[in-house]
Design a binder for this molecule. Structure first.
Ligand code: ATP
Length: 272
């Protein structure tokens, strides 16, 4: 039995248990799709849906997120967001900082961040994807709510993926128990969300930067049907925009509808 038990989770959340209203499902299409539907029906901020199995787990832009019972932890959190829309850009980065803090607080080693929404695990000279974050907006008559979907691999996923993947068991000597993991992550992500709501991304920028996987590395930015943009990854600015040093100067990339890839250092990139 792998289902999360909300009562057990409450004991792990301790004094913060009242902030979260957790529903644990054996299966759903996607925890974020289910939470978006519940948000429309008036679900309060702090609602969490965790599912043992997703039949249509989603990443960004309709991409699939694969998870299997016992091998992953997939959940979504509803959060009321009262800040200006300009603060939304840094939201997925802030969630990444919260997720990394939560895992590190339990003893995880080698957790890194990739712009805009991935958690990577350092493996030798390389990196493999450990978790994904999907941020979606749900508006209701009371304003904007944010649905934050998080998928964490507890074990390395089976099957072929276009990019290397890793499991959280590779970041620990002994993987913490699932309720302990989920509680630590919920608390840390909640704190990061509060911080970004009050101060914007600025207050978390340094914490993002120290975990940045590809700082000063050659990268390419892939956008649908456009020529890849080559550059050196300089990290992020106070708003969470990516800074890329290209042939034509430093470019600031705000849109997350692009994919970043590390590349071997080519002569063109070295000249930059
Ligand atoms: P990119 O790495 O191109 O920027 P993305 O951040 O847009 O990707 P996400 O939306 O976060 O990607 O995640 C979806 C992608 O992640 C899928 O296209 C697939 O390649 C990969 N993926 C799906 N499931 C897993 C998993 N369990 N572990 C690691 N990677 C996965």
């Amino acid at each position: 039995m792998t289902l999360i038990d909300p009562a057990l989770l409450k004991t792990r959340l301790g004094v913060l248990a009242g902030r979260f209203d957790v529903d644990s499902l054996a299966e759903c299409d996607s925890t974020s799709s289910e939470l978006l539907r519940r948000a429309e029906r008036g679900a309060p901020a702090g609602t969490v849906i965790v599912a043992d199995q997703q039949s249509a787990g989603r990443g960004r832009r309709g991409r699939q997120w694969f998870s299997a019972p016992e091998a992953g932890l997939t959940f979504s959190l509803l959060w009321r967001f009262n800040g200006p829309a300009s603060q939304l850009a840094g939201l997925s980065l802030a969630v990444g900082v919260g997720l990394a803090r939560g895992l590190e607080g339990l003893g995880a080693q080698g957790v890194c961040l990739k712009w805009p929404n991935d958690i990577l695990l350092r493996q030798g000279d390389g990196f493999a994807k450990l978790a994904g974050i999907l941020i979606e907006l749900a508006s209701d008559r009371r304003g904007t709510q944010v649905v934050i979907g998080i998928g964490i691999n507890l074990q390395k996923p089976a099957g072929d993926l276009p990019q290397p993947a890793a499991g959280l068991n590779q970041a620990f000597d002994v993987l913490p128990e699932r309720h302990e993991l989920l509680a630590a992550v919920l608390v840390a992500v909640g704190e990061a969300l509060e911080s970004v709501t009050v101060d914007g991304f600025f207050g978390l920028k340094n914490e993002w930067q120290v975990r940045h996987a590809w700082q000063d590395q050659p990268v390419q930015l892939l956008a649908d049907e456009a020529t890849p943009l080559l550059g050196i990854c300089l990290g992020v600015d106070n708003d969470g925009a990516l800074l890329l040093e290209t042939e034509s100067g430093i470019q600031r990339i705000l849109s997350g509808d692009v994919s970043l890839r590390r590349i071997a250092s080519t002569p063109e990139v070295r000249r930059l």
